[in-house]
Design a protein around this ligand. Structure first.
Ligand code: ADP
Length: 165
């Protein structure tokens, strides 16, 4: 069984993430989307909410599983009995960090390889941070996040803005 893990914060999942999930899922028997439980980043959504949003937008992809994890990605990959890590590359700015992560992970566990997907051009400028920023000021995020989760993101961003004022 060929299994890969796509780890990330997904706070929230974007159209760019969903594109990578769809393309990676087509290449493996099972793709596990691993949602990092990292409180240091003070996310807008709890890890459970992030997991549920990804489940909702991938319900038509039968070989995609979504799970929360904490700690090292390689440990989660081993626990899943997967042999690949999937990551996305938007621009050269992603490259240095991603290369370092891939090399670190391989030095921790030599059996684990990282596969990179280059982003679809029309999603290249999208990030969770940009989506949150635009939502925070009540802008149109229909180009950034899947329609199914749009309301949830707008509502949460509006609540965060109210708390700030
Ligand atoms: P992390 O905090 O681990 O960077 P993210 O949720 O921001 O988690 O991103 C997870 C992965 O998805 C990373 O490899 C990132 O480069 C990739 N990614 C993020 N946005 C996009 C996008 N718009 N298109 C393609 N890949 C993306």
């Amino acid at each position: 069984m060929k299994r890969a893990v796509y780890p990330g914060s997904f706070d929230p999942v974007t159209k760019g993430h969903l594109d990578i999930i769809t393309r990676a899922a087509a290449l493996v028997d099972e793709l596990v989307v691993g949602v990092l439980n990292n409180n240091a980043k003070s996310p807008l959504f709890s890890v459970e909410e992030r997991v549920n949003m990804i489940k909702d937008v991938t319900e038509d992809l039968p070989n995609v599983r979504v799970e929360a994890f904490s700690g090292l990605s390689v440990d989660f990959v081993k626990k899943c009995q997967a042999s690949f890590i999937v990551r996305g590359l938007r621009a050269v700015t992603d490259f240095e960090y991603e290369l370092q992560m891939a090399q670190t992970n391989r030095s921790i566990d030599h059996d684990i390889d990282t596969i990179f997907f280059t982003t679809e051009l029309n999603y290249a400028y999208i990030s969770s941070t940009i989506a949150k920023e635009v939502a925070f000021y009540g802008g149109d995020i229909s180009g950034f996040v899947p329609e199914k989760i749009m309301e949830r993101v707008l509502r949460r961003a509006a609540a965060a803005r109210q708390r700030e004022n």
